[in-house]
Design a protein around this ligand. Structure first.
Ligand code: ZN
Length: 106
């Protein structure tokens, strides 16, 4: 990925940023912090927006043996999410968890 120069003189590099609540790749100036999206990155945001429209809503957490399980809508299967091992889980914010898979689902 080539780096370009911002109007402030800083260099614009590939970064990750939070937009509309989505953690996505973006291009960010290392000096003024301005962010912009390439057409591919903008497309990714649209895909995430559509995926969320499909699966959003309140869900339940149930007890399974000594663990608990979050019930996901069946529609997430369309994105390749299946029962099995999750790569990692971490606390993302004061009221959210990130469930990370070893491959892209969107
Ligand atoms: Zn800048």
């Amino acid at each position: 990925m080539k780096t370009s120069t911002c109007k402030c003189g800083g260099s614009i590099k590939l970064d990750r940023c939070l937009t509309e609540g989505f953690l996505v790749e973006c291009m960010k100036c290392d000096k003024c912090g301005d962010t912009l999206f390439t057409p591919e990155q903008a497309k990714q945001i649209i895909k995430l927006r559509e995926a969320n429209k499909e699966i959003e809503g309140k869900r339940k957490i149930i007890k399974v043996g000594s663990s608990i399980a979050a019930l996901l809508p069946k529609k997430v299967e369309l994105y390749g999410v299946k029962e099995g091992v999750v790569d990692s889980i971490k606390v993302l914010s004061s009221n959210s968890l990130e469930v990370k898979f070893d491959k892209d689902i969107v």
